[in-house]
Write a protein that binds this ligand. Structure first.
Ligand code: ADP
Ligand code: ZN
Ligand code: ZN
Length: 734
């Protein structure tokens, strides 16, 4: 019996508060982390118990009573629960909503919400019946006997394949209780023992691996900076092998986007020969729920997931690996805004376990922490297969004719590499055919009516598409402003490159690898297969190409346009461009061939680009960090952005001015309050956007007063006319 009579319950709502309920006397023991059904207004809602209390905050006579509990044990264990509590506080997000965001969607609903629809099940014959009972119903008998032959049960699909129309009979058999539905539980085995198919580690790999293993069972952050192809993954595997030697140990591997890198999953499976718990948003709800539950029961020992996996209850967690720790996809940008890498570091600290952050191009934050010796900095400077790193050169676009897409040195190199049977990658971070459509006579430009952005022309569909809100329009035959037919395409995207190649390199087949293509299910795998089987000689791709793919036969990479990132107003753009450049360059010469890379630019003399080229990423990062320090930019200061959007620009600015005033009154004077700042794209998907930036030299300055300040902002009457959100440690300037 619960001794406490009241519970604080969190619900999935933007309100920054919890709600008190009475626990009925007859209810079995409740604990924090149980899901309960509560009356809320006129509805019943699912809530999660946060705390049991003696004295509720409102008059007990007005208190409502919990209707039911869904769980017989807490859905979050104490450790994951306190992790989410911490993250909700740190990222200033309502605890109730944070708890719900951390749950797989299938567990966020009550049964009445239709949870059953999404459950995958099998039909199983009940044990003490026999087909004797069906003597006079031969069809029923046939189906029943067939089901009974399958001890593990059969899925509705298998049934349909075997007996074309059988739903009425199945219903009858179920009514007669001769067959029953069972939910499919992915088979897992508590005692799965990994098999280690380890490669012989190189000396460098072995050294790095040893330093990490020296700190098992204590909290250390290892920043593993290894050039592309240096075998970081093999290092992870060797550490994981050691960790899994202790009986129940579990390991969490976080990656930016699994969908784009199916290889890691299959490599893990092949290497360890045990079930890998996959957690990301692109699997069915019931699969995700089942995997989540199996992990939380300790039955799955290796967990591979995207950012959302960081909150999963993992009772015997002993190691965390964050691969490609610099990747912006590790940061959740909508709703519960958190950075999975930083949450993972906190989690490792609470558990006193090691965490490995791996990247060829670590984030400036992590490099800074390594310089401060908060992180242990480990380096792999050589590739596992050879000593050859790709040779990077600039192609100076100023010496080419205006509008040139493929520079002459790049074309020359392409011919020679292709002739030798090698493959070539052309990288351009712009999908579509042309990023702008312009009227030559009056200067009209096709703009999105919902965004401050040009529409991109897509030749495959002959449509104009906005890449920011996905609005689509037919391609106009003439200028809507002056009726001229003189419409011209400005600039180029991946589709145009495809066209250029078919003119300039007609003897070689080329394939595009961008989101327009990979959106279709299964097509990414198909394209990757074709590339591996050398059916395609030239690969044109967007940043999907930077995501750790291993193409052994690629020896040349052309980066078609790096200038965008250099001239951007976002102070992080240069860091991102450099990371992208090095990652894409790293796709070349992965085996014992010398890779070559051409970077096309109009500013080859840019001092930081020169450093990157001649001295490498670490030197570039050191130099760029010095200028961050001079300008007191992160990681040398700490930011909180209060963002807002509204269809009405006046409402937006009235709100943000009120926010700034409140902040000025309530926050210490050392915190500088900047804005409203208007992002380069002020209007997006029909909404005006802007933000207030709070800047503090030390993070600690926020801790005293930020809660009260945000609670005050929540009560501002102007909030009603906008949507607003808080972004702690923002990584984007919008
Ligand atoms: P990274 O993750 O650093 O990019 P990978 O772990 O994917 O590198 O390794 C790159 C390639 O080198 C892979 O094909 C991998 O199988 C191979 N490799 C890594 N380590 C070794 C090793 N010790 N011996 C032989 N091959 C290795
Ligand atoms: Zn015109
Ligand atoms: Zn748009």
């Amino acid at each position: 019996m619960t001794t406490k009579k009241f519970a604080q319950v969190g619900i999935d709502s933007p309100l920054r508060r919890l709600f008190d309920y009475r626990i009925p006397d007859a209810m079995p023991e409740l604990k924090p982390g149980y899901r309960v059904i509560i009356p809320f207004g006129k509805r019943s809602l699912l809530g999660i118990v946060v705390k049991l209390i003696d004295t509720p905050s409102i008059d007990t006579s007005r208190l409502k009573i919990i209707q039911a509990t869904l769980d017989d044990c807490a859905i979050f264990d104490a450790e994951s629960f306190s992790l989410i509590r911490w993250a909700a506080r740190y990222y200033q997000f309502p605890l109730g909503s944070a708890l719900f965001s951390a749950l797989p969607p299938a567990l966020r609903k009550t049964k009445q919400d239709g949870d059953n629809d999404s459950i995958e099940f099998r039909w199983l014959a009940t044990t003490n019946t026999s087909s004797e009972m069906l003597k006079r119903a031969p069809k029923q008998a046939a189906i029943y006997t067939w089901i009974k032959q399958h001890a593990d049960g059969v899925t509705p699909k298998q049934l349909r394949d075997q007996f074309s129309s059988c739903s009425a009979i199945i219903k009858t058999l179920a009514q007669r209780e001769m067959i029953q539905q069972v939910e499919i539980i992915q088979p897992t085995h508590v005692t799965q023992t990994p098999i280690a198919n380890s490669l012989q580690l190189t000396e460098d790999q072995a050294n790095v691996s040893q330093s990490i293993l020296a700190s098992l069972s204590q909290f250390t952050v290892h920043l593993l900076e290894g050039v592309t192809g240096s075998g970081k993954t093999e290092v992870y595997f060797s550490i994981i092998t050691e960790v899994l030697k202790s009986a129940q140990a579990q390991v969490l591997i976080l990656v930016p986007e699994i969908g784009l890198t199916p290889q890691l999953y299959s490599r893990l499976e092949k290497h360890f020969g045990i079930t890998i718990g996959l957690l990301h948003s692109n699997i069915t709800e019931s699969q995700r729920k089942q995997t989540w539950l199996n992990i939380s029961k300790g039955e799955i020992r290796i967990i591979l997931g995207t950012r959302l996996a960081v909150f999963t209850p993992i009772p015997h967690l002993q190691l965390i690996v964050v691969d490609e720790e610099h990747d912006a996809s590790l940061k959740q940008q909508e709703g519960f805004v958190y950075h999975a890498r930083d949450v993972a570091i906190y989690r490792a600290k609470q558990l006193a376990i090691p965490i490995v952050l791996g990247s060829a191009t670590p984030s400036f934050e992590s490099i800074h922490n390594a310089k401060l010796e908060k992180f242990q900095h480990l380096q792999l400077n050589k590739r596992a297969h050879s000593d050859l790193m790709p040779k990077i050169q600039f192609a100076d676009m100023r010496t080419e004719r205006a509008g040139t897409i493929l520079s002459s040195p790049l074309c020359k190199a392409m011919h020679s590499h292709l002739k030798e049977g090698k493959q070539v990658i052309l990288f351009l971070n712009r999908r579509g055919y042309a990023p702008a459509l312009l009227c030559h006579d009056c200067g009209w430009v096709a703009k999105c009516i919902r965004c401050d952005a040009n529409m991109t022309y897509h030749s495959k569909t002959n449509k104009l598409i906005c890449h920011h809100c996905d609005s689509r329009k037919h391609n106009p035959q003439q200028c809507p402003q002056c009726a001229s037919n003189n419409l011209i395409m400005v600039g180029h995207g991946t589709q145009r490159i495809e066209e250029v190649l078919s003119e300039q390199f007609p003897d070689y087949s080329a394939i595009r690898l961008d989101r327009d293509i990979t959106r279709r299910k299964g097509s990414l795998e198909k394209i990757l297969d074709e590339i591996h089987q050398l059916k395609q000689q030239i690969i044109i791709g967007t940043q999907i190409l930077s995501k750790g793919h291993d193409f052994p036969n690629v020896s040349l990479v052309g980066i078609l346009d790096i200038d965008y990132g250099i001239h951007s107003s976002d102070f992080r753009a240069l860091e991102r461009s450099a990371q992208l450049l090095i990652q894409v360059a790293g796709r070349s010469g992965r085996r014992s061939i010398q890779g070559e890379v051409y970077v096309q630019t109009h500013t080859p003399d840019h001092p930081l680009l020169q450093t990157l080229l001649h001295e490498g990423y670490p030197a570039f990062a050191t130099q760029a960090l010095q200028s961050r320090e001079e300008w007191k930019l992160p990681p040398f200061s700490h930011h909180i952005a209060i963002r807002a959007r509204s269809q009405n620009s006046d409402d937006l600015f009235v709100f943000l001015e009120a926010v700034a005033n409140t902040a000025r009154q309530m926050l210490p004077a050392e915190i500088s309050i900047q804005g409203p700042i208007i992002p380069s794209m002020e209007k997006k998907a029909g909404q005006f956007r802007a933000f207030i930036l709070l800047v503090a030299a030390q993070r600690g300055l926020f801790s005293q007063s930020i809660d009260a300040c945000l609670n005050q902002i929540e009560t501002l009457p102007q909030t009603r006319k906008v949507r607003w959100s808080i972004d702690v440690d923002p990584i984007d300037n919008f």
